[in-house]
Every structure is written in structure tokens, then in C-alpha cells.
Write a protein that binds this ligand. Structure first.
Ligand code: KIV
Ligand code: ZN
Length: 524
């Protein structure tokens, strides 16, 4: 059966809407905050990936959040741009203003509907919640015809009340009804049962899109989402790499590939350019400083690696013996020898396009090209992964207050480790020299003397991007200040330089965090 939707027109029953909330539910989880430039870069990548809706943020949360949603609405073409709001007038108006410039725009309103949340979190009676649903959706219609309404803690809501709220939202003009499993409590049959019930009991439900939003506290977010689709859901809410509150949200890459791989079981095709999945996942890791674990489905380093002899033998004879999808279908390519130190800028740009970077700005290209030349001088073979790492480094460092310029370190078994550091801070070059208990310690002390701050170093970890002793190191640094935690990443063939870059990255993220007030009442 087809539905007429204000943003998508006529939707036939095999069309599934991919609603990406990496920049909202994902970004609001500890350590994952992004600055404006990073959010814009990520939103462009999501548009290139082919998502249908980008939930760009929660505009009332802070002026920074409002500005990010507004900028994405102005510049990112293709997907519907959505802003989140509670039911208050101020929230809805702020969300409406933030998405106003988008070609297609959505306001997403949520309110808790479970007895537990209404009593302890909202301190509201059910009838007042019902009225708030009607009033807020009615108000939102003044800004756009594309309105989503969510029953927060929907999976633990009394079925009769969920039906009443859904009916009220549809009657007031909501065009998408989302039932979140906010605390990741439900089992697949529970979610399927809820959507089947809504479809059977709520008048007008046939005119709207039902949507699933699952959290991963029991590791069931993807399973719950697939079960919901089989029960008639037409929109899936998800995030890249499954980032999100606590254990995260349902992972976009896993859901999309499950639907692609099993059309026999679920007859829905998302309009995602699956070959861009890995690129998008890596970009998010570079921006946030969080790598996915090696065994992560689809995008983990080992997702297509066959270690055992029996498996390798089978795959060589016929890949289908042990591979249910091809690595290429999600963007994995063989790690190629790319270019040498004599390669020019045009070849470098071509390589970036082949790696899926599209058009990157001239400044970023120049910086990345300079670093590539430097790398090719120092490293015997330069792989695609090396290039991706250094370009991602440049992309995330654009528009930051503190920039790494240079580092010289003197260390060894008979020398007091000394670091000479050069940083550009708010456009001014600064230099400092420091000694420490080791070369990394000396480097971090030098950074502290150039940009004094109180943050505590909580984690320092080093890994290799490719193989061999000349491989680039990828370093992660975690800083904590006033309960706010950020992770930064840096890569270089020199582990100490990679450490300095990672520290500077983390510091820049901390500066963004300092300017931000977290919305007290936003849950999940
Ligand atoms: O998990 C949740 O309930 C949410 C809502 C705001 C949709 O993220
Ligand atoms: Zn959520």
C-alpha cells in the first residue's frame, strides 16, 4: 500500500526511509561532541551516503546546537533536515527557525509516555501529556507539514495510552510516528507487537509512516529494528557505527546491509550508496576520535578478514563459501600501493576521489598533499589507509583554534627527554621547550605551557594503521575537565608527533565542550 508523504511524495511499500541521528542522538553521548565544521562535514558525508533524513541536532539545547542545525539546513542538499524539540512552545519555535532554510524540513517532537517517566521525570498527568502532544504538533504545523512525533520510553508505555497519544498526534497533523525503545529494554517480539497493535487499533495510522528507534543496552537494537520493519515500520532511526547514548543506537551500516543481504526475508530496499559506508564510518571515527572495535560488523578491521586456513581456502575457491556480502559492496578495497614521492597534486586529488572523499577544500588539499609528500619521503610504501588517515586528520583539524605546526624531540637512554613545540593558537605562532619523564610527557608538558589548561589525561593509546615498522601510528588521547570527557586522535609515522596531534585534537574538542550547556531534561 502506498502513502502520500509531504516530503517524499508517493511512497510504495518497499521504500524504507533511513533517518540518521548521528548528529543528534549520537553526538549527545559522552565524548562524541563535534564542532560546527565537523558537523557540516559529517552532514555532507551523510547526504553523499544517501540517507533520507538527517536529524541535525536539538536546536534549543544551546546557541551552538541551533547554529549547527541552521547551517546544515542552509547548506546540505538532498536529505530532509530535521530538528528535535520537546513539546514546549519555545522548543518547537526554535526547531522551526533552525530548519527553516532547508529545501525539505522536519520538526521532531518528543514527550515521555510511560507511567514511570510521566510520574518521575515529567511530573505530569497523562491527560496533560496528551494535551501537550496535540498542542505541540499543531504549533509545529505552522513551520512545516513534515512532523514527526515520538513517544519517549514508548516500549514501556501502557498500550492503551500509546494508542491514544498516537491518535492525538495523527489528528493534530503528525506524518511520522516514532516509538523508541529509549532504554534498550525490549525484545524483537515486543517491538513487533507494538507496531502491529498500532496498525490494528489507531484510526488514521494508514496515512502515516511508522518509525523504529532502538537503543542497544541489551545488544538488540538492530534485531529490534529488523523485527519492527517486518511488522510494518517504514522508517528506521539509526546512527553511523551505532554511536549514541550509553550502549548506542541501532547501527545504520548493520541494518542497511541486513536488508540488502536478506531481501528474501524483508522486502525493503533502503536508498543507501552502500559503497560509501566504510568511508562514512571512518570519517566519523576520525572526527570523534573513537575507532570501532576490530570485530565490529561491516566496518571493523576484521569484518572481512579470514584467518583460519579452512576459511581462506574456501574463500579462494569461491568467496560465497564464507562471505555473505562482498567487502567491496560496503567500500572495502584492497590496500593498494598508491603513489610515490614524485606523484603530483592532480594524481593525489584523483586518489582522494577514488577513496571517496569527493571535493575537499583547497586548504585541506594543500595541507594533506604536503603531509603526503612528507610521508612518502619517510615511508617505503604508502597505502590507501595511510592516505585516508592523513586526509581525515586535516578534515577534522580545519577551523580549530589550536593547530599543530612542528615538534622536535630529543630522547634516548642517556638524554633527559626534551620537546620543542610550535603551535598556532588563534592565528598566532607560539613556541615552547619542555623536559619530561619521557618524550611523550615532555611533549604534553610543552603543549600545556603553550595553552595552559586544567584537563586531566585519562587515556593514552597507540595503534598502527598499516603493517611494518614504518607504519603510521594512530594515537588516541582522552582528556577530562569538569566531568566533560573528549577523545582526540592523531596519526604520523612518528609516534610522538601522532601523540602531539592527538592531544591538540582533544584540546580543541574540549574548547567546543566548554561553550556548551547540556540540556538537563533530554534523555536518550
Ligand atoms: O531514545 C529516545 O527516546 C530518543 C527520543 C528523543 C526520540 O532519542
Ligand atoms: Zn534515542
Amino acid at each position: 500500500m502506498s502513502i502520500e508523504h509531504p516530503s517524499f511524495g508517493k511512497l510504495d511499500s518497499s521504500r524504507i526511509i533511513i533517518f540518521d541521528t548521528t548528529l543528534r542522538d549520537g553526538e549527545q553521548s559522552p565524548g562524541f561532541s563535534m564542532n560546527l565544521a565537523e558537523k557540516l562535514r559529517m552532514a555532507e558525508a551523510l547526504a553523499e551516503l544517501g540517507v533520507d533524513v538527517i536529524e541535525a541536532g536539538f536546536p534549543i539545547a544551546s546557541p551552538g546546537d541551533f547554529e549547527s542545525v541552521r547551517s546544515i539546513a542552509r547548506t546540505v542538499k538532498g536529505p530532509v533536515i530535521c530538528g528535535l524539540a520537546r513539546t514546549s512552545r519555545a522548543d518547537v519555535i526554535r526547531a522551526g527557525e533552525a530548519v527553516a532554510a532547508a529545501e525539505r524540513r522536519r520538526i521532531h517532537i518528543f514527550i515521555s509516555t510511560s507511567a514511570l517517566h510521566m510520574k518521575y521525570k515529567l511530573r505530569m498527568e497523562p491527560d496533560a501529556v496528551l494535551q501537550a502532544v496535540t498542542d505541540s504538533v499543531t504549533l509545529a504545523r505552522q513551520f512545516t507539514d513534515d512532523i514527526e512525533w515520538s513517544a519517549e520510553d514508548g516500549s514501556r508505555t501502557d498500550p492503551d495510552f500509546l494508542c491514544r497519544c498516537t491518535e492525538a498526534a495523527i489528528a493534530a497533523g503528525a506524518t511520522t510516528i516514532n516509538v523508541p525503545d529509549t532504554v534498550g529494554y525490549a525484545l524483537p517480539e515486543d517491538m513487533a507487537g507494538i507496531f502491529t497493535m498500532l496498525r490494528e487499533r489507531v484510526p488514521g495510522v494508514e496515512r502515516v509512516i511508522l518509525s523504529a528507534h532502538n537503543h542497544n543496552d541489551l545488544g538488540l537494537a538492530v534485531a529490534n529494528t529488523i523485527a519492527s520493519v517486518r511488522a510494518g515500520v517504514r522508517q528506521i532511526e539509526c546512527t553511523i557505527n551505532g554511536i549514541g547514548e550509553r550502549a548506542g543506537n541501532a547501527a545504520l551500516e548493520e541494518i542497511v546491509m541486513a536488508l540488502r543481504t536478506r531481501p528474501d526475508a524483508v522486502a525493503c530496499r533502503p536508498a543507501i550508496v552502500t559503497e560509501r559506508i566504510l568511508r562514512t564510518s571512518r570519517l566519523l571515527s576520525a572526527i570523534t576520535g573513537f575507532d570501532v572495535q576490530p570485530n565490529k560488523a561491516i566496518v571493523g578491521r576484521n569484518a572481512f578478514a579470514h584467518e583460519s586456513g579452512i576459511h581462506q581456502d574456501g574463500v579462494l575457491k569461491n568467496a560465497a563459501t564464507y562471505e555473505i556480502m562482498t567487502p567491496e559492496s560496503v567500500g572495502w578495497t584492497k590496500s593498494n600501493l598508491v603513489m610515490g614521492k614524485h606523484s603530483g597534486r592532480a594524481a593525489f586529488r584523483d586518489k582522494l576521489r577514488a577513496l571517496g572523499y569527493g571535493e575537499i577544500g583547497d586548504n585541506q588539499l594543500n595541507d594533506a598533499f604536503r603531509r603526503f609528500k612528507d610521508l612518502a619521503d619517510r615511508k617505503k610504501v604508502v597505502y590507501d589507509d595511510d592516505i585516508s588517515a592523513l586526509v581525515d586528520d586535516e578534515v577534522v583539524r580545519d577551523h580549530t583554534r589550536i593547530r599543530f605546526v612542528s615538534l622536535d624531540v630529543h630522547a634516548g637512554s642517556r638524554t633527559k627527554p626534551t620537546a620543542e613545540m610550535e603551535l598556532e593558537i588563534d592565528g598566532t605562532m607560539r613556541r615552547a621547550k619542555a623536559t619530561g619523564d619521557g618524550p611523550v610527557d615532555a611533549t604534553f608538558i610543552a603543549i600545556r605551557s603553550l595553552f595552559p589548561h586544567e584537563a586531566t589525561l585519562r587515556l593514552f593509546s597507540v595503534g598502527a594503521i598499516t603493517e611494518g615498522t614504518d607504519a603510521q601510528a594512530r594515537v588516541t588521547v582522552r582528556l577530562e575537565e569538569d566531568g566533560k570527557m573528549v577523545d582526540g586522535q592523531g596519526s604520523d609515522t612518528d609516534t610522538i608527533v601522532a601523540s602531539a596531534r592527538a592531544y591538540v585534537h582533544a584540546l580543541n574538542k574540549l574548547l567546543v565542550k566548554r561553550t556548551r550547556t547540556e540540556p538537563k531534561e533530554l534523555s536518550a
